[in-house]
Each structure stands twice: as C-alpha cells, then as structure tokens.
Design a protein around this ligand. Structure first.
Ligand SMILES: Cc1cc2nc3c(=O)[nH]c(=O)nc-3n(C[C@H](O)[C@H](O)[C@H](O)COP(=O)(O)OP(=O)(O)OC[C@H]3O[C@@H](n4cnc5c(N)ncnc54)[C@H](O)[C@@H]3O)c2cc1C
Length: 659
C-alpha cells in the first residue's frame, strides 16, 4: 500500500476556503523588525514577483538567476497572454467559470482548492500589472482588450501584442529594482543554485556557483523559495529557452522534496516543425493565432502525397477538399480546443498520412478566412510580430496572397506541428506552496500545483504571478512566524561544508571523465529517446524500453563524456554537463510516473487507454490522485506516494469539447 500525504487544505467549501485561510494568517511584522531572510532562486515571473513582494513586505531577500539580468529569464518568451476573470467582454465570464475551465482543462487531475484560489486572484494580477505600467492591448475606447485561448468559450486573455511575457517581466522587474534600490533585495545575477542545504530537517540555505568565476558560494536564510522553471528541455528539442534546466528542482528532489506528476508534460500544437537534425531549439507560434487561424490538412491522401513531394502547394487545394479536422471533431470549441486535444488530433492526421510537408509531420494554420473577413491590417495588429517571426524562420509570410479560387483569395498558410512546451508536473507543494522539506517552497512552473494533467493557454503566467504576488507572500509567513525565534544559521555549519564539498566533487567527476562525447551529442540522444518512448503516445512496453535506453545512455554519460576546460572561471560546457546529469534523473522520473499511471489524462496519453474515437480514457477509480515520487538513490526506482484528490465544487466527469 503506497504512502499517502496530505495537502494541508483547510476544511470548508471551496469558495470559502481561501477567504477563511487569509483571515487566519499569522502575519509576521511586515516592516522588518524581525530581520528574516529569504532566498528566492529565479527571476522569471514567479521569482521576480515573489522577491519584489517579499522585499516590499520587509523581508531581506537574496535573489539569484543564471542570466546576466532578471529581464532575460525564460518568462520573457511568453507570447500570447495571461488569463483573468474580469469579464470585460460581458460574455458571462466569472471566477467560477475560470476555475471550472481550468479544472476541466487539466482533465480533473488538479487540486481543486488551489485552482479556485488561482481564479480568485487572477483579477488582482491584472490590476497590479496595469498599476506597474504594463502596456496591455486596449480597445479603441480605452478598455483593456481580450482574446480567446484554448479550452474556454469566453475571451479572458489579456495581452501585449505577441510579447506579453516580456512586458509582464518588465513590470515585475521594475518592482524588483525598486526593492534592490531600497536595499531589501540583494540580486545575484549569473549565479546558479547547485544544492539546497538542510539543517535539522529544514531548508536553511543553498550552495550556489558564481558562473563567471566558478567559485562556490554559501547562502543561509530562514527559508528558501525555488522559482526555477520547468523541465521541458529534458526532451532536448523544445520551445523553452536553451538555458532552461531542472538542476535546482532535481537537487531538491534528491534531498527529499517529493516530485509530483512528472509525466504530465505539455506538447504544444502550434510550433514550427522540426526541419533537420542540426536544430537545437524549436519555435512556438503562439496559441493566440488559433483565434483567427484555421487548422487543416487535405481530405484526400493524393493531395497530401503531392504536398509532401512538393508538387502541390496548400493554396492550390480548394475549400471542399480541405479537412478542418478540429472544427469537424469538436464543433463547440473548434480550433480552440485545449492543447493536448489539438496536438493529439494533429498527430492522428499525420500518422494516417495527411501531413503537409516533406517529412509528413506538419499541418496547416491558415489565415485566409480571417484576412478576407477583417483585412490584413487588423490581423497584423494582432499578430504582426508572430507573422514576422514565422517569415524570418521559414521565409514564408502568412499575409502574402498566393492564389485566387472562385473569387476567394488564399494566403500562404503557416505549417505547424506539436512540440514539447511546458511541464505541468513539478516539485510537490502543499496548499501553502511548501514542499515536503520544511522551509523549502516552490513556485511558478517548477511546482506542480494548479494545472492538473494539462495546462490551458495563458494560465502559466497567471499561476506564476499569482504565486509570486499573491499566494507565497501570505503563506510563507505561516512558516516564518515560527522561525522568528530561531536565528539564521551560520554558513560555517558542517551541513554547508558537506554540501559544498559534494558539489565540488561532482564537478571534478564530470571534468575527469575525459571521454569522447560532447554534452550536446548525449543530450540530443536523450531527447530522441524521450520523444520516441516518453512523448506524445506512450505504451507500457515503450516506456520500459525508454527506461532501459536511458540507463544505458546515462552509463555512456558517466564514462564517455568530454568536458573541456576547468572548474575555475566560466565553463559553459561544465554547466551544461551538470544540467544533463539532472535531465537524466528527470527523464527517468517522467517514464516511471508514466508507467505507473495506467490511464490517459491530459498530456499523458497511454495508447492502451483510449476511447474508440481516440480520446484520452481516464481511470478515476484507480488514479484519482497526485503521484508524488520520493528519491531512492541513483539507479533505483523512486517510491510512489499518493495525495488523494478531493473535489467538492466540481463534478468530475469525462471532458467534452464537442458540444
Ligand atoms: C515560447 C513560449 C511561450 C509562452 N507563452 C505563454 C503565454 O503566452 N502565456 C502563458 O501563460 N504562458 C506562456 N508560456 C509559459 C510561461 O512562459 C512559463 O511557464 C513561465 O514564464 C515560467 O515562469 P517561471 O517564473 O516559473 O520560470 P522561468 O521564467 O523559466 O524562470 C526561471 C528562473 O529561474 C532561474 N534559474 C533556473 N535554474 C536556476 C538555478 N539552478 N539557479 C539560479 N537560478 C536558476 C532562471 O535564471 C530564471 O530566472 C510560454 C512558454 C514558452 C516556452
């Protein structure tokens, strides 16, 4: 019988919980009489907003990031928007509806109470960001504009052209800078957390590396918060920034923090298809494009074959021979079905031979109808930078007229295909965002908390900023209130020395392998294994094969890796080797979790468990829980611990986007 853990959600009907909870906060004196220090690792939207808020509240914050500026955190890449239940469109939106859509979008595998809280604070986020000067798009009359994202039938996504993450991050950065100036936040750029230090069972500090000098540095504090992003780059090719890594999270996992739902990985339907084996990065075409773009493949196999051979172009195929398969299969949501559903549907068409590029792994995203209806000017206002980005990469401008059939103009369509994008799984946290190690908190994409088995578009920024601005600053005080009587521990403690020694020894180990293979060559191979066996369609047999291949490749990594240079000074290859070591742990964890979950839900699709129509088939009787994994040493299977899910406000049912 697996162990069971508790999420510490206070009792009471869901809508009341958060209010009641807030009312019972034991607030630490906010103006810093107590001199409590908090380490916040990460300066993405989650980390920057948390560090700024904690600084504003009077805590002394140590804030680290691996980039040369907080403004370069991966959050800057977010394009499409951020959700909030403002109901500015008067289309029937509400906090309950956002809550419901998010729980349903997550295929009923999220913690219900967390999602309610998220929906409740969503509106505060928009007010906060507007107050910071974030230039959200506006209607002609001055009201903030909205667009729609997948899994919702209302328009609730706030945006700043295709650069929403950048603008939100600049807002958070300005608040952060204010606290840096006020002396409440001390910023360490180009510092990487290598380990968490546990003293008497509590997180009391970290070991970080100054990436420019190679020097290891000890930091001690009353609590540690990690906001270090997701593990999508385990798959090598993904839409994530190249520097994204899961080292901090995996190191916390090795030290005893449970890792929850690792198999819930999001594969985004609208990315530029892979075009060769020299690529190290994939590019997202924002989901917002599905507001006005229609997804299709040819109805006839001979047309698809001609497209694949390059003897025909998409714009030569007349309307009646096009299969707008999402509109056909899901009439109620059409092109705006959630990402997992859209990705699987694209794969299904391509697997049946209807793919539209030379590899057969692409579908069209076509703006002809909307440009004809609204004009190119309007479409460019909405997606100008995305059209330009697409042209820069593919040399095709989606606003160019290519053909006219029966008086209807056809524009050059984009080609898209699913790619790894986001990770719903992450470090397990309770309702207070505290991990299973007391004093260690996890926020933003690196925790597992709110998205269940599939995240809806524009909800990651919402969650990151909810955690950073509105949840953690409250909940961490419950922990810190008890810490007020404890002095901050000294970095001279043996626990710090031991942790530092272990990090140093690991660097020596990697440098001294002196084998023949580069980090990238091994990482790429790991990525192939992940995509092939632990990707969009998984089977028990495939997962076992994947695990075996990963173990073999990890042995190759341990014996035949070549890392040039030394540990003194800047050594990017050494840093990448450390990240790859942790991607191995992560990849195996994803596979273990996927193998243990004998059902399909959201982004986790086990081919053995599907309906006749190819939809994910959940098994609520046996798998209605958060799967948490406890590390048991390298090469050993981790232990599964279950947190049973409890739904009070929402009826758990089969997801339906058809009607
Ligand atoms: C191309 C793209 C477009 C997207 N568009 C949207 C969108 O439109 N809407 C939406 O809601 N979501 C979107 N997302 C998802 C969203 O951007 C991310 O989930 C979110 O920004 C993650 O924020 P974060 O603060 O948790 O982590 P990140 O932004 O990844 O920040 C991680 C931080 O941790 C630091 N860090 C990492 N490891 C260490 C370490 N060991 N030591 C020290 N520091 C470390 C980094 O320096 C960085 O500061 C998009 C994602 C991608 C890839």
């Amino acid at each position: 019988m697996a162990k069971v853990i508790d999420s510490k959600i206070p009792a009471g009907p869901v809508p009341e919980k958060w209010k009641e909870y807030k009312a019972h906060q034991r607030l630490v004196n906010p103006k810093n009489k107590l001199k409590l220090d908090v380490i916040v690792v990460g300066t993405g939207l989650a980390g920057a907003s948390a560090a700024a808020s904690l600084g504003e509240m009077g805590f002394n914050v140590i804030n680290l990031c691996i980039q040369d500026s907080p403004r370069r955190a991966h959050s800057i890449a977010a394009q499409g928007g951020i959700n909030a239940a403002k109901c500015y469109q008067n289309d029937g939106d509400s906090i309950y509806r956002l809550f419901y859509d998010t729980v349903k979008g997550g295929d009923y595998r999220a913690r219900e109470a967390n999602v309610y809280r998220l929906a409740e604070v969503s509106n505060n986020i928009i007010d906060q960001c507007v107050a910071q000067g974030v230039p959200f798009a506006r209607e002609y009359g001055g009201m903030l504009a909205n667009r729609s994202f997948g899994g919702a039938q209302v328009s609730r996504t706030f945006y700043a052209k295709g650069q929403t993450g950048q603008q939100l991050l600049l807002g958070a950065y300005s608040s952060l800078s204010c606290q840096v100036q006020a002396g409440k936040v001390k910023l360490y750029t180009r510092y990487e957390m290598e380990d968490v230090v546990i003293v008497d069972g509590r997180a009391r500090g970290i070991i970080a590396k100054d990436l420019c000098t190679g020097k290891l540095v000890r930091f001690s504090a009353n609590a540690v918060v990690i906001a270090t992003g997701g593990y999508g780059n385990t798959y090598f090719l993904s839409t994530n920034a190249m520097g994204c890594n899961c080292t901090a999270a995996v190191q916390c996992y090795r030290k005893g923090a449970y890792f929850a739902n690792p198999s819930y990985v999001q594969i985004h339907p609208t990315c530029i298809p892979v075009h060769g084996d020299k690529q190290s990065k994939l590019t997202l075409m924002s989901e917002s494009l599905r507001n006005d773009g229609r997804i299709w493949v040819p109805k006839k196999l001979e047309d698809a074959k001609a497209l694949q051979a390059g003897t025909k172009q998409g714009w030569e195929i007349p309307e009646e021979d096009r299969d707008y398969y999402l509109e056909r299969r899901y009439p109620a949501f059409g092109n705006l079905v959630p990402r997992d559903v859209a990705s699987r549907a694209a794969k299904e068409r391509c697997d049946k031979g209807f793919g539209v590029n030379n590899t057969g792994l692409a579908v069209f995203l076509d703006f002809s109808e909307s440009i004809n209806r609204l004009g190119l000017d309007v479409i460019m206002q909405r997606y100008g930078n995305l059209f330009e980005m697409y042209e820069e990469i593919t040399d095709v401008f989606p606003g160019d007229v290519a053909n006219e059939i029966n008086g209807v103009k056809y524009y050059k369509p984009m080609m898209i295909y699913p790619a790894i994008h986001y990770t719903m799984g992450g470090i397990w946290v309770d309702y207070e965002l505290q991990t299973s190690i007391p004093g260690l908190f996890a926020i933003g994409e690196c925790n597992f908390s709110d998205h269940g088995a599939n995240r809806l578009g524009a909800s990651a920024l919402m969650q990151g900023l909810a955690d950073g601005y509105f949840v953690l600053p409250y909940t961490i005080q419950n922990y810190l209130a008890d810490q007020a009587v404890w002095p901050k521990v000294s970095t001279d403690l043996p626990e710090f020395a031991e942790a530092e020694k272990a990090v140093d020894a690991e660097q020596d180990r990697l440098l001294n392998i002196r084998g023949k293979r580069s980090v990238d060559s091994i990482h790429k191979e790991l990525g192939h294994i992940m995509w092939e066996y632990v990707g969009m369609g998984r089977t028990a047999e495939g997962l076992k094969t994947g695990l075996k291949k990963m173990a073999e490749l990890e042995k190759e990594f341990d014996t035949n890796l070549f890392v040039p240079g030394t540990k003194e000074g800047l050594n990017i290859e050494l840093d990448k080797a450390i990240h790859l070591r942790d991607f191995f742990t992560m990849g195996q964890l994803v596979a273990f979790d996927a193998l243990s979950r004998n059902e399909s839900c959201g982004g986790h699709f086990r081919e053995e468990y599907q309906t006749e129509e190819g939809e994910a088939k959940r098994d609520d009787e046996n798998y209605f829980y958060v799967g948490c994994w406890d590390y048991k040493g390298k090469g050993n299977e981790p232990e599964l611990i279950k947190e049973p899910l409890e739904y009070e406000a929402i009826k758990v049912q089969t997801r339906n986007y058809k009607n």
